[in-house]
Design a binder for this molecule. Structure first.
Ligand code: VGL
Ligand code: ZN
Length: 212
């Protein structure tokens, strides 16, 4: 698979949030279905292959403080997975506490031998950030700047979760003018319905969906 996709040196790879709390393998707080050892092995293998072909690797990490707004435990009276309106036009799903900074749940499960960049998201307690590029308050994470510094024009994206961080990262990438390919086989979603809808939306907005 990796062989036919890659040809240029201006291609980057974004591996989205492959962290302990999102996996069944580590009995994570917000484990995404289908994230067993085989899944992690495949992400690991493909990512290393891309790197050995000369592509630059960018990892995003969900990286929340303990008092993050997206945790239902920080919003008294709310229930798990409820969607609340924080302010006019800004909704927030109530997630279980996950990916708390510097805890085992936030651990990145993919390692590469060569250089890679890591971009943290959701570190502001007041704003969530499904996108690896821009948080819900409009603040840039620095990912776009790194990609521009490296001369990246095309992005290969995969990881967790298809219906949240992968979707928003891919949509923002397309909107920012990158050519985007989504490797669906290396993505897992939280629910089938939102995952299907996310893939449709990405396709509609110019993301090339690659199924292997
Ligand atoms: C994510 C829910 C909450 C994700 C992050 O990485 O898709 N989903 N925080
Ligand atoms: Zn999160």
């Amino acid at each position: 698979m990796a062989d036919e996709i890659i040809s240029t040196e201006n291609t980057g790879v974004i591996v989205v949030d492959v962290q302990a709390d999102f996996t069944e393998l580590k009995s994570g707080a917000l484990a995404v279905p289908g994230t067993d050892a085989d899944y992690i092995d495949e992400v690991q293998k493909t990512t290393r292959q891309f790197q050995s072909q000369g592509l630059r690797i960018y990892f995003t990490l969900d990286w929340h403080p303990e008092d993050h707004i997206s945790f239902y435990t920080n919003n008294p009276g709310t229930e798990l997975f409820q969607e609340i309106e924080l302010e006019k036009g800004r909704t927030q799903v109530m997630w279980p506490p996950h990916c708390v900074q510097n805890t085992p749940g936030a651990e990145l499960l993919i390692g590469v031998k060569g250089p890679a960049e890591t971009v943290q998201t959701g570190a502001n307690p007041k704003f969530d950030s499904y996108s690896g590029f821009i948080d819900d308050g409009g603040t840039h994470t620095g990912l776009d700047r790194l990609l521009k510094r490296d001369g990246i024009k095309k992005l290969i994206i995969y990881g967790l979760a298809t219906d949240y961080c992968v979707k928003h990262t891919a949509l923002d990438a397309a909107e920012l003018g990158y050519q985007v390919e989504l490797l669906v086989g290396l993505c897992r979603g939280i629910t089938p319905e939102t995952t299907d809808a996310a893939i449709e939306e990405m396709k509609k907005k110019g993301v090339t969906i690659i199924r292997d």
